[in-house]
Design a protein around this ligand. Structure first.
Ligand code: AMP
Ligand code: ZN
Length: 469
């Protein structure tokens, strides 16, 4: 399995630190609003990486944080006249609902920054003790960037080039840093802000330290994969490396993976530019599986432009797979003998080539675009080779191949179970009730709902009878 590593700028063979296990950390969202579909890209992409690793037999320990203390959360809380924790808890709950609709599996652990302050104070103290950090007069603790010789290795930036662009590194409130390259580990509280006690001042942590600490706590000093959107390479991930490696004295992450941006009109979709759609906006128009399918139809490192046309194409593509599985289910109901014929066994051998193609595409730095093409080829193969004369075992095996590959991509391509008898009876009773009330509009509506599910009603003298079409 090959993975593109931002650190080396090359595709590398994937070998985990511990055999059969993968320790993976994905930077999660700052929770002050509903997530937009740009934020959904890393969630979908790295969930698919995780699913594929699991398919290949790895046990994946997947950690993804929620940043629940931040200027934007505090601002929103002040606007609503409430506590920042009310805002962050609300949007964590909403984010989890969106993840669920996108079939993003819950992480093994979803730590929250505010629950890990003790660990952050500990790591900051270690950095001070080792001479990598210092306390300014106002109580701010800064990381001494030049004290870490590997600084710049991820973003391939050179300290002196960064220094010459130093003006942009001067942030208001950070006048006491010794060098413009230094960054904040701990900052003093401001009026009306949440704060924690610390040896340096009452205050709160800088953003970068939270990931270093949560990664260490839940995955250990050395992890296999650290991931996020490409905007995080610098400074966030560069700073995480500096903090973790300076404090722990070990290589932090072996592989660094970054997804490209989701763009709109070729500009990054972001809250600050205001050019975004929330996952909820898209959910009003589409089954959110379509959004997942759309995201996976491009390589995760490429930029992806969002458009109505591409979403329609994704909808049609996904529908093609769903229809094929539906047809196979239909054939399965009618199919005769269980045993597979020699001819069918041969065909199934050919079908296995598409599974191999799928795995090869995924082994090549998770090329989901090619992997999905392999699913389409398998669908075409099933449409051509399965018919009323096929045996049940053959049809079932084809169906399981398609649903199995789709499942690795987090796609459910088998329509939900047929409507149950009890649901039909209940709807018929409601229709009778509506007729008694002379609400014929509702009665017709219920007849249509049932017809849509293939249930035909017959009004007889003994009452309503029904049958499946
Ligand atoms: P944020 O809440 O801005 O910290 O973002 C959470 C995650 O979403 C990070 O991994 C970002 O890199 C990622 N992200 C934000 N906007 C986009 C975008 N337009 N396309 C792809 N990833 C994004
Ligand atoms: Zn992070």
């Amino acid at each position: 399995m090959k993975v593109y590593n931002t650190l080396s700028g090359k595709k590398e063979e994937f070998t985990p630190i511990e055999e059969g296990k993968v320790r993976m950390y994905v930077c999660g969202p700052t929770v002050y609003n509903l997530i937009h579909i740009g934020n959904a890209r890393p969630m979908i992409v790295f969930d698919t990486v995780r699913r594929y690793m699991e398919h290949r037999g790895y046990e994946v320990n997947y950690v993804s944080n929620f940043t629940d203390v931040d200027d934007k959360i505090i601002k929103k809380a002040n606007e609503e006249g409430t506590d920042p924790s009310v805002i962050s808890e609300r949007y964590i709950a909403e984010c989890k609902k969106d993840m669920d609709s996108l079939h993003v599996k819950p992480a093994t652990t979803h730590p929250k920054a505010t629950c890990e302050i003790g660990g952050m104070i500990e790591m900051i103290q270690t950095l001070i003790d080792k001479g990598h950090a210092y306390v300014a007069e106002d109580g701010t603790v800064y990381f001494k960037t030049r004290s870490f010789s590997g600084y710049g290795k991820l973003s391939h930036k050179n300290l002196d080039d960064l220094r010459s662009g130093g003006r942009s590194l001067l942030v208001s409130g950070e006048e006491q840093k010794q060098d413009p390259l230094d960054f904040v580990l701990w900052k003093p509280k401001k009026e009306g802000e949440p704060f924690w006690e610390s040896p340096w001042c009452q205050g709160r942590p800088g953003w970068h330290i939270e990931c270093s600490v949560m990664s260490k706590k839940y995955l250990g000093d050395e992890i296999d994969i650290h991931a996020g959107g490409e905007d995080l390479i610098f400074p966030h991930h560069e700073n995480e490396i500096a903090q973790s490696e300076a404090a722990n004295g070990k290589q932090f992450a072996k592989y660094w993976m970054h997804n490209g941006f989701l763009n709109i009109d070729n500009k990054k979709m972001s809250k600050s530019l205001g050019n975004f759609f929330t996952v909820r906006d898209i959910g009003e128009k589409y089954d959110l599986q379509v959004l997942r399918f759309f995201m996976l139809s491009a390589h995760y490192r490429s930029p992806l432009n969002f458009s109505a046309e591409l979403m329609e194409a994704a909808k049609n593509g996904l529908e093609r797979i769903i229809t094929c599985v539906s047809n196979l289910n239909f054939l399965l109901e009618k199919a005769g003998t269980e045993k597979m014929s020699v001819e069918e066994e041969k065909l199934l051998g050919q079908a296995a080539a598409y599974e191999k193609k799928f795995d090869e595409a995924m082994d090549d730095d998770f090329n989901t675009a090619d992997a999905i093409s392999a699913i389409f080829e398998l669908v075409k193969f099933a449409n051509t080779n399965a018919d009323e004369n096929s045996g049940a075992a053959f049809v079932r095996a084809l169906k399981e191949k398609i649903t199995g590959l789709a499942d690795i991509c987090g796609l459910v391509v088998e329509r939900s179970e047929e409507i149950l008898d009890s649901e039909i009876e209940s709807l018929i009773a409601q229709r009778q009730e509506a007729r008694k009330e002379k609400d014929f509009k509702r009665a017709d509506e219920i007849r249509d709902i049932l017809a849509g599910k293939g249930i035909i009603l017959e009004d007889t003298r003994e009452g309503v009878k029904w049958k499946r079409a």
